[in-house]
Design a binder for this molecule. Structure first.
Ligand code: NAD
Length: 259
């Protein structure tokens, strides 16, 4: 049997990188992606290459130009012959009151997280259903289930990603393909580190105060989730024991959405 092939969008940092690591350890062939040129990530490819026996390839694509994700999936299929696992992970954030929310940031957030997932799914799903096995994992957020102020584009986009997940799950249900959304609470990654600075400005607090009073306030454990916890869930969803989990939102949020 040929090796499993996984495309993980936005996989040079944070959660996407942890998932790519895990898949490499599972001997998957892994298609890495971000918007930077390949030269920027040569060391990363070497790091993942030694973890398992699958081929690790980096595919640059700027998903702010959403149809680029269709071209990305097509390039991965052209290289490996197929995609078994698609992880729509790329995401960005902007914290600002709705009255001041820049049009360009709204457009970019929707393109990177939502439009690109739609295009990548359209390009990947037919091959999965033709082979009778596939896994689509959308990295949504606790903000796909709950709102917070000053994050209009992010919250709207992540709720939409949850809707997209459920819809595609129903369409693929009889074809061996599962489609799920993982909904993390706060995970300590560069995306959150940047948000701490933005939130400090919006709320007029120090960065330490933002972490204690704003960021970890809704997370009952008062601890950041680790990227590896998300990666372990992604690996489980790819196992045959997870074949009946589809159309689900899986919260890994320290109890946030229990409230
Ligand atoms: P991160 O900033 O550490 O990594 C984001 C990745 O996406 C990077 O590899 C970056 O290069 C890539 N990326 C950004 N813009 C891109 C573009 N235009 N084209 C292609 N790639 C692009 O972020 P993270 O915290 O690991 O977030 C990953 C996902 O998890 C996002 O969808 C985010 O919304 C979601 N999430 C994160 C948290 C958290 O607390 N960190 C919580 C819930 C959900």
């Amino acid at each position: 049997m040929s090796k499993r092939v996984a495309l993980v969008t936005g996989s040079t940092s944070g959660i996407g990188l942890a998932i790519a690591h895990k898949f490499a350890e599972m001997n998957y062939c892994v298609a890495l992606n971000s918007f930077e040129p390949a030269e920027s990530h040569a060391a990363l490819i070497d790091e993942l290459d030694v973890l398992g026996t699958g081929e690790i390839v980096y595919f640059p694509a700027d998903l702010a130009n959403a149809p680029a994700s269709r071209a990305l999936a097509e390039a991965v299929i052209a290289h490996f012959g197929h995609i078994d696992v698609l992880v729509n992970n790329a995401g960005i954030q902007k914290v600002a009151p709705i009255e001041d929310f820049p049009d360009e940031d709204w457009r970019r957030i929707v393109a990177v997280s939502l439009d690109s997932a739609f295009h990548a799914i359209r390009a990947s799903l037919p091959g999965m259903t033709a082979r009778g096995w596939g896994r689509i994992i959308n990295i949504a957020s606790a903000h796909g289930l709950r709102a917070s102020p000053f994050k209009s584009a992010y919250v709207a986009t992540k709720h939409a990603v949850v809707g997209l997940t459920k819809t595609v799950a129903l369409e693929a249900a009889e074809k061996g393909v599962t489609v799920n959304a993982i909904c993390p609470g706060y995970v300590w990654t560069p995306l959150v580190a940047k948000q701490v600075a933005d939130q400090a400005r919006v709320h007029g607090l120090t960065e330490d105060e933002v972490i204690r009073q704003v960021i970890l306030a809704p997370q009952p454990t008062k601890q950041f989730v680790q990227p590896e916890e998300i990666a372990e869930m992604a690996a489980y969803l790819c196992s045959d024991w997870a074949r009946s989990i589809t159309g689900s939102t899986i919260s890994i949020d320290g109890g946030w959405t229990a409230k």
